[in-house]
Design a protein around this ligand. Sequence first.
Ligand code: PGA
Length: 237
Amino acid sequence: MKVICTKTYEEMSYEAAKLLAAQIVLRPNCVIGLATGSTPIGTYDQLVKWYEEGRLDFSAVRSVNLDEYCGLDGESDQSYRWFMDHHLFDRVNINKANTNVPNGKAADPEAEGERYDALIQSLGGVDIQVLGIGYDGHIGFNEPGPAFVKPTHMVDLDPSTIEANSRFFASADDVPRQAITMGMGGIMSARKVLLIANGAGKKEILMKALYGPITPEVPASLLQLHPDLTVISAVDE
Ligand code: PGA
């Protein structure tokens, strides 16, 4: 595990973007695993800047996103498909057909999970997976529970996640109660994992995840076993 502590959100974003950019330069048709939430926005802005300067080419890049709310489609501005289009995909020359987000409107979430895992396999796996971390230690939407769940699956969101994410909705009542998320198997299979965390409020859970016991009660703790984990954090006041 490599840990990079930065002073500011901007520095954290710059360091994270550097790793993603290096992957794209090294393998122009790489598969990048992407995350939503407030943490990666600065990273995506930096990648867009380098693209606009002619330093990065996304034309052959493929992407898979971690998760999507159940019941929302890409037209909804609260969906994660919309988030990705808005913050990254519509701002660079990525081929949208090569971008993948779980289908939150799938009639059969189990079948959707199987389809998504088969898709990741058919792409040859993920080269680098970006992750944020929730206050309860979730990664993707893998919430604390009695066991790590391996495949892409539907989850009931933890009340603390609903509360935290309500800032993106009119009220907590409007936050979908369920989501489809890549499982711990998909995340741990990525060849490289990049965990980013910002803000003093994330420090306690980040320390638990990286240095505490490995337990499904803190899903991110499993990352301690990943052979190529880089953590970039700006969590010190
Ligand atoms: P945040 O969310 O980046 O908005 O803090 C992180 C997460 O819940 O995974």
